[in-house]
Design a protein around this ligand. Structure first.
Ligand code: G6P
Length: 606
């Protein structure tokens, strides 16, 4: 979604801002823009389309020691140059970039118009630029504070003013914003990846905080102008993590990283002797863990599907009722919050607005919520009562792969913790611990089969429409497989329970509509093979994703085999070839794999 980057210091801001914008491209956007404080005054450029198109439109001699830049994902007003950010005041003196939504923009617009304001865009952001320019305060900080007093909504804002070219003022409420501290220079960004090339010393702003940033440092204060002392922290992020490092696409790079990244996640957490796992960040004593009677996962998109995988693991290993619900639905239905339910918010970015709202709804009603989050220090991570960090490293491709694998492993660990304070025996715990330790190598062997999976993907990509089917543990795997496939290949891919096929969707099966069937070697293998027979009988072609030793059903068109682990952990491995299927289908079709159309990496608006 929208991205912000800002710079003030001794270097030319233009290349720094453009490089920062390109680091934010992965979040998804439809237009981009930049405001440079040049010796000749503020120069604003905006462009629909890619950052490189904005770059091409900039005059070669453009330079300045400060500036702000933005990638926009349209919410208020269509994708046009006029609606791109920076938005400027009527006198063009004040420039503003904004992530989030100003809820009372229409009222403010009306009030400003009655005072003679003329608007050049349909954005909610433009009213903020007008308000700041019209403020009576003497300093830019005070003008921003004055404007914010009449604004309601969510924002990360960065503001420049020609009258005060030595500073950028930023404010945060509900949308992430980070300051980067350099040597006689300062950076501003909505996402760490835009800073990592320049500094590892950062300040995370909290909601309700404002900062004034100059080349020599920063001052943070609250909206009522009370100073808040905030010290920088070191970030543990490598430039290689956010670079393609020779790969064609981030999606493939991230799929291939999995054997190493999961090693990092499980290292030091598994206890082989007691068949247990140490999750100190949960902040729950064994007695508290024992007190929960149910578990409910809340997440959006793929995070919701992996929540279903997790619910099954918890039912299997802890024998507690568990289910998953899209956080985007949960938050709107006045949910009943039970004191003996453990709520688990699942999110790669930790910034998904629907999931963050669901967390607040649980907390407002006195429920207990822990997070399964990748981005350290993110909103959801901070708002939960405790949690499990995923340690997947930055995920740049919009379509999530490695973070989902880490979420599933996080759930396996949580299931082990909940199981071991109940009836899961030491030996069963040890079985799962050993299974987790095998996962890295086993994922490696799935990845080694990439060329063949790519062949299957090439064939499936020819179909306009596909089914993904699975049963019980295999069903959320099928859902995630279909989701990934549709996100990057733009083919219609629909997941069904294999058991439900005969109750309706079978009507659609013919030689044009292939099916990807998830067939683990477990107590349901026979039933799954029977469903495949029903598809075959209607001339449907089937790609079977299965374990070694599962008998081939007559005439299956393609077979992909993954190593067998423990039944509870098998969904993790069965998902990996589906990531490669989606990737290679999209590649065969020539799509923009890392930035699929219409999608954003993290949806920070409602
Ligand atoms: C967006 C992304 C999805 C992602 C979902 C949840 O819709 O396009 O790929 O699964 O958000 O994101 P989160 O960061 O909360 O895991």
């Amino acid at each position: 979604m929208c991205g912000i980057v800002g710079y003030i210091g001794t270097q030319n801001a233009v290349p720094i801002l453009m490089e920062g914008l390109s680091r934010l491209e992965y979040r998804g956007y439809d237009s981009a823009g930049v405001a440079i404080m040049s010796p000749q005054g503020t120069k604003v450029f905006r462009q629909v389309g890619r950052v490189r198109e904005l770059e091409a439109a900039l005059p070669g001699r453009l330079s300045g020691r400060a500036g702000i830049a933005h990638t926009r994902w349209a919410t208020h007003g269509p994708v046009t140059q006029a609606n791109a950010h920076p938005q400027v005041s009527q006198d063009r003196r004040v420039s503003v970039v904004h992530n989030g939504i100003i809820d009372n923009a229409d009222d403010l617009r009306e009030a400003l118009a009655s005072r003679g304001a003329v608007f050049a865009s349909e954005t909610d952001t433009e009213v903020v630029a007008h308000l700041i320019a019209l403020a009576s305060a003497a300093t830019l900080e005070d003008a921003v504070l004055e404007a914010l007093r009449s604004v309601t909504g969510t924002y990360a804002l960065a503001v420049t003013d020609e009258r005060h070219p030595d500073r950028i003022v930023v404010a945060r409420n509900g949308s992430p914003l980070i300051l980067g501290v350099g040597d006689r220079e300062m950076f501003v960004a909505s996402d760490l990846s835009a800073l990592v090339r320049h500094t590892t010393s950062v300040v995370h702003l909290d909601d309700g905080e404002v900062a004034c940033v100059t080349a020599s440092g920063y001052r943070t204060f609250s909206r009522d102008a009370t100073d808040i002392a905030k010290l920088p922290t070191r970030i543990d992020l490598d430039l290689a993590d956010v670079d393609l490092a020779g790969h064609e696409h981030f999606m493939r790079k991230e799929i291939l990283e999995q054997p190493d990244s999961i090693e990092r996640m499980i290292r030091g957490r598994l206890d082989e002797r007691f068949g247990a796992v140490r999750l100190d960040g949960l902040n729950l004593t064994p007695r508290e863990l024992r007190g929960f009677r149910r578990v409910k996962m809340l997440g959006c998109g793929s995070a919701y599907y992996v929540g279903q995988v997790g619910a099954q693991m918890i039912e299997d290993l802890a024998r507690m009722p568990a289910d998953a619900e899209p956080a985007s639905e949960f938050r709107y239905r006045n949910p009943v919050i039970e004191p003996d339910t453990l709520y688990v918010a699942v999110s790669q970015s930790g910034e998904t607005a629907d999931t963050a709202f669901a967390v607040r709804e649980v907390k407002r009603k006195g429920g207990q919520v822990v997070g399964l989050v990748n981005v350290v220090g993110s909103t959801i991570a901070r708002e939960c009562d405790g949690g499990i960090y995923l340690h997947a490293g930055p995920e740049i491709a919009v379509a999530s792969t490695k973070a989902l694998t880490h979420m599933a492993i996080g759930f396996a660990m949580l299931a082990l913790v909940l199981g071991r304070v109940r009836d899961l025996s030491i030996s069963d715990g040890q079985r799962i611990v050993a299974g987790l330790q095998r996962l890295g190598d086993q994922i490696g062997s799935v990845l080694a089969d990439e060329a063949r999976i790519a062949d299957v993907a090439g064939a499936l990509a020819q179909a306009q429409s596909l089914f993904f089917i699975g049963r019980v543990r295999g069903y959320p795997v099928a859902r995630e497989g279909a989701q990934k496939f549709k996100e990057v290949s733009y083919r219609h891919a629909e997941a069904y329970q294999a058991s439900e096929l005969k109750h309706g969707p079978l009507a659609l099966i013919d030689e044009e509509l292939p099916t990807v069937a998830i067939v683990p070697d477990d107590e349901l293998t026979g039933r799954n093979l029977a469903a495949i027979e029903q598809i075959k009988a209607r001339n449907g072609r089937v790609a079977v994703v299965t374990h070694p030793g599962v008998p081939a059903s007559a005439g299956e068109a393609w077979r992909i085999t993954v190593p067998k682990n423990e039944p509870e952990l098998d969904p993790i491995l069965l998902t990996v070839p589906l990531q490669l299927l989606a990737y290679h289908a999209a590649r065969a079709l020539g799509h923009d794999i890392d930035k699929p159309r219409n999608l954003a990496k993290s949806v920070t608006v409602e």
